[in-house]
Design a protein around this ligand. Sequence first.
Ligand SMILES: NC(=O)C1=CN([C@@H]2O[C@H](COP(=O)(O)OP(=O)(O)OC[C@H]3O[C@@H](n4cnc5c(N)ncnc54)[C@H](O)[C@@H]3O)[C@@H](O)[C@H]2O)C=CC1
Ligand SMILES: NCC(=O)COP(=O)(O)O
Length: 322
Amino acid sequence: MLALTMGEPAGIGAEIAAKAWLALRDGGPAFFLIDDADRIGGVPVERIASAGEAAAVFPRALPVLHRPLPFPAVPGQPSVATAGAVLAAIEEAVALAKAGEIGGMVTNPIQKSVLTAAGFPHPGHTEFLGELAGTGVPPVMMLASSELRVVPVTVHEPLARAIARLTPELIVEHARITHAALVRDFGIAAPRLAVAGLNPHAGEAGTLGHEDQAIVAPAVRMLRDLGIDATGPYPPDTLFTAHARPTYDAAICLYHDQALIPIKTLDMAGGVNVTLGLSIVRTSPDHGTALDIAGKGVASPDSLIAALRLASQLADNRRKRA
Ligand SMILES: NC(=O)C1=CN([C@@H]2O[C@H](COP(=O)(O)OP(=O)(O)OC[C@H]3O[C@@H](n4cnc5c(N)ncnc54)[C@H](O)[C@@H]3O)[C@@H](O)[C@H]2O)C=CC1
Ligand SMILES: NCC(=O)COP(=O)(O)O
């Protein structure tokens, strides 16, 4: 059983949750929604009092752990007034996962600017979950699809600051956490990591920037010394071609867009965001709140369905290895 959080109530979360239930009600994986049950439309809904009731309900209705909003959300118009409920749903799913009542949690997208305005101190779920369910290593973001897995070493920060923060140690730490997760959660016995360069042509032997030789290449050497099958730095413009992708299990990328542009361009509908390095399983769709189409009935549930399926697989793999 998986828990799905409400995400931003003014976004597409409730709509894609209902559509995902329609797609999965026969074959699963089963999930329940933590949200205000009164605002879920278009599908049969049943309130549940606990996670344990969800499995029996799922084949006939979308099970909802009813957590009322302080006032009705207006599609496309997020409000700081619902921030408390949004964050409480995430905390409740984490608590259920830590208690072993669910196999994992899937998060609907949050409107980060609104949560920041409400005083939320984290850039996103990833860092918040690191605080709630960390394992002594930093939480690491992975975006995964059937064609590509990417891990950005730096994430939600201005690009200039991200580049200034890059060190061999930071790259090695992210690559090690990725390697461990590929073994434990994805069931890959000997993962191959490809490390992207930073500059055009991975620095062209130092003539187009020093970072590839001074920071990225030493990180790759350190990883190989640790027994990890890491190679690079690779010129970023050819690392994601159809020819290159089958040669590695995950690409370690140096900043947010280096990782997310290729995967969203290749497979926006099938891409899933996974947080590595947690004590629990967490996935989410790769897209955001889509305020521009909220309430219009046109949102695609495909990435959420992929996130639910992947969370279920990761939970199964963890159970088997435990
Ligand atoms: N895991 C999370 O909580 C995430 C949250 N966000 C947040 O979402 C908010 C909006 O971010 P944007 O950059 O505008 O990205 P976005 O993904 O919400 O929207 C980008 C474009 O894709 C379309 N789109 C997104 N999901 C769709 C779907 N399921 N079906 C059909 N069309 C879809 C939107 O209509 C829009 O035109 C921001 O606050 C951002 O921080 C963004 C990514 C992940
Ligand atoms: N751009 C990816 C993203 O915003 C996901 O963030 P998170 O909320 O999963 O940390």
